[in-house]
Design a protein around this ligand. Structure first.
Ligand code: G3D
Ligand code: MG
Length: 211
């Protein structure tokens, strides 16, 4: 294993809000809807160096997509279980996709590894400003109420796409490092090792770190 951290993020939100396009834009820097719809894979990967307080960490980022399952409202518990951070997306030109965000939050709280996971809320398709129906203040209000970060993004132009992933990664890394610090307190055996964050190794983590 040539990385320090394996980090899994999950993209959630109603069908057609732009989840697949968003992940594609982030990993490949492209936007091509015809290509996207025929790929049929459910995660994308990216490697990066993450600069933490004292050194560079090699991060292997896995970005999970719903592969169209959200259409049938059939996402199972297993789908949420291993994700350490969530990219919750709605379409700024589609009111219903915004109203559904509360349902997605309820699902997250029920199924995620803890009841206050790290989430970035993205109002997507900001390039279609003339078709916008959700004002920024409404989305910000919802985000603040639920302790989520908020960014307006465009999977088409790339606006704020990388920033959304980066702010989420910052939050998750802070939580991870605090977990590793605890695991390596004097008297505990073992060295820090690459962490695949799942239900089986959350015992020593601090759930719900206040940021
Ligand atoms: P999903 O994975 O959430 O279901 P998709 O959504 O990524 O498949 O995107 C749904 C449609 O929205 C696609 O158009 C896609 O091109 C478009 N789209 C996604 N993000 C943006 C964006 O930021 N701006 C604009 N203008 N369009 C976007 P089609 O026509 O293929 O259905
Ligand atoms: Mg999709």
């Amino acid at each position: 294993m040539d990385y320090d951290y394996l980090i899994k993020f999950l993209a959630l939100g109603d069908s057609a809000v732009g989840k697949t396009s968003f992940l594609f834009q982030y990993t490949d820097g492209t936007f091509n809807s015809r290509f996207i719809s025929t790929v049929g894979i459910d995660f994308r990967e990216k490697r990066m160096l993450y600069q933490s307080s004292d050194r560079n960490q090699r991060v292997h980022l896995q970005l999970w997509d719903t592969a169209g399952q959200e259409r049938f409202r059939s996402l199972t518990t297993a789908f949420y279980r291993d994700a350490m951070g969530f990219i919750l997306i709605f379409d700024l030109t589609n009111e219903k996709s915004f109203l559904e965000i509360q349902n997605w939050i309820d699902q997250l709280q029920m199924h995620a590894y803890c009841d206050c996971p790290d989430v970035v809320l993205c109002g997507n398709k900001v390039d279609l400003e003339d078709k916008r129906v959700v004002p920024e203040w409404r989305a910000r209000e919802l985000a603040e109420k639920n302790n989520m970060l908020y960014l307006e993004t465009s999977a088409a132009t790339g606006q704020n796409v990388a920033q959304a992933i980066e702010v989420l990664l910052d939050r998750v890394m802070l939580r991870m490092e605090s977990a590793v610090d605890q695991a390596t307190l004097p008297g505990r055996k073992g060295q820090p090792k690459p962490i695949n964050f799942d239900r089986n190794n959350t015992e020593e983590s601090t759930c719900c770190v206040i940021l």
